[in-house]
Design a protein around this ligand. Structure first.
Ligand SMILES: [Zn+2]
Length: 120
């Protein structure tokens, strides 16, 4: 089932954008809104998974491989994977707190079916 992180968002239009409502340019790195042409923000389902994998799988593996030997700037490798994991998880929750309310508001007004959203 689709949820808030299945869509891109336009802050200017204050709405979620389904696949028909945004375009990509510059080798798909930039997403833009079809209604106002401003840059839209893409959310990612995979960030929280990536974060959890880094902490629960990559960290013990790296610890077994290299132990607590300092890798970068004197920081042990397992600490680096935990920091990256925490960063991805934090990004997920920051996105959720920004976009989930926009999605909820929109869906209350226009329903969950993106084919019936205005602007088609
Ligand atoms: Zn827009």
């Amino acid at each position: 089932m689709a949820s808030w992180n299945s869509y891109c968002y336009c802050k200017l239009c204050d709405r979620p954008l389904s696949t028909h409502d945004y375009g990509t340019s510059l080798g798909k790195k930039t997403t833009y809104c079809r209604f106002c042409a401003s840059t839209a923000e893409a959310t990612g389902k995979s960030r929280i998974i990536l974060g959890l994998v880094l902490i629960t799988i990559a960290t013990p593996l790296i610890y077994l491989q290299v132990g607590n030997k300092p890798l970068l700037l004197g920081i042990p490798a397992p600490v680096i994977t935990i920091l990256f994991g925490a960063y991805y998880i934090a990004t997920h929750f920051r996105e959720k707190s920004t976009y989930s309310p926009i999605y909820d508001r929109w869906v209350m007004k226009h329903g969950t079916d993106p084919d019936k959203w205005p602007g088609r």
